[in-house]
Ligand binder design. Structure first.
Ligand code: BMA
Length: 331
């Protein structure tokens, strides 16, 4: 049998965005040349769109987007695209069929992830319930959204499901945190559930690192990507400076069967804020990865990230190059 071209396990996405690696690129991640792909004021209600998630859908692409309205309150909006670069958005936010109206608020919802497990798409986001916690919903058609119980007590952000059950359980990474900016720290935890309502078996995956770029907090980014080498996890790491935080993108490989076990973790970030749209915005110096389109045939990745809490941007990578880089620079 012909050896597969990539360690990445997944279906091909032939029409996903892609630009070849520039010759002068010294790292394993390079930016889309026409970034940002969503600029400010993309439709009347929207001030800016960032920290969002896209998936392939019927030969095209759809997504759930974090839209900050002009009042700066974040809402979740549906978007669609032919090429995953040029997006049109629903003018009204998502509405959910909710088991309990107390869960059904549609304001102050942000940083969504979409995870396909079997034939169902699950959406997790940062939901406002006496503070930040993990909202959950499912859909099969992206027209009707069924809200589930919040996964955890406040305060928690970045609920990231795995794209398949492991040991018969739904599995989620998240970033429990303190309340308020003064104790706004976080580490990455693992939890599992039989029914998406009751979550338990909480395990630490990894804590903030000793190096400055991830010393203040870390949190899971896009849905983990299955590879023959382990689950490829992209995450954000935060540095503190005398002029505020710097959010960078890091990478690690987790055990396929026991994902709370780290196989390799890269001591360097794979991308830090450099471009003007990453350095300057609502919150400067933020690169916040939330979604990946990954081509199971070639190992190409299109990484969607929020830039400076103001723009949606894309970067490209080869899964195999990131894996090699993580191994070479394992802490
Ligand atoms: C995090 C979240 C993100 C945001 C980031 C940078 O804690 O609130 O939504 O992009 O801070 O401000």
């Amino acid at each position: 049998m012909k050896k597969k071209e990539t360690a990445l396990i997944g279906v091909p996405i032939e029409n996903m965005p892609w630009e070849p690696k520039p010759e002068n690129c010294k790292g394993v991640v390079w930016r889309h040349t026409a970034n940002p792909i969503v600029d400010v004021n993309p439709f009347p209600k929207a001030r800016c769109v960032y920290n969002s998630c896209v998936v392939p859908w019927e030969g095209k692409f759809i997504g759930i987007f974090r839209v900050d309205w002009h009042c700066m309150t974040p809402y979740l909006h549906f978007g669609k695209s032919q090429d995953a670069l040029n997006w049109t958005f629903d003018e009204e936010p998502l509405s959910f069929i909710s088991p309990d109206p107390a869960l059904g608020e549609i304001h102050f919802a942000y940083d969504p992830r979409i995870c396909k497990i079997e034939d169902t798409y699950y959406i997790t986001w940062c939901n406002n319930y006496y503070g930040a916690t993990i909202g959950q919903a499912w859909t099969k058609d992206f027209k009707t959204f069924h809200q589930l119980e919040n996964a955890f007590l406040p305060f928690n952000r970045n609920g990231v499901l795995f794209p398949k059950k492991i040991g018969g359980k739904y599995v989620m990474l998240s970033r429990p945190m303190g309340m308020g900016m003064a104790v706004n720290y976080g580490d990455i935890f693992y939890s599992e559930s039989s029914d998406l309502t009751y979550w338990g078996k909480h395990r630490i995956v990894f804590t903030r690192g000793p190096r400055k770029w991830e010393r203040v907090k870390i949190g899971p980014g896009p849905i983990p990507i299955e590879t023959t080498e382990g689950w490829l996890l992209l995450y954000h790491g935060v540095a503190d400076t005398c002029d505020g935080f710097i959010y960078s993108m890091g990478a690690a490989l987790l055990d396929l069967d026991e994902p709370w076990k780290v196989i390799y973790r890269c001591k360097f970030p794979i991308m830090t804020p450099e471009k003007i749209y990453e350095i300057s915005g609502s919150v400067g110096n933020v690169v916040f990865p939330t979604s990946v389109l990954a081509d199971g045939k070639t190992g190409r990745m299109a990484i969607y990230y929020g830039a400076a809490d103001m723009y949606t941007a894309v970067a490209y990578a080869y899964a195999d190059e990131i894996i090699a880089y993580i191994k070479d620079n394992h802490k």
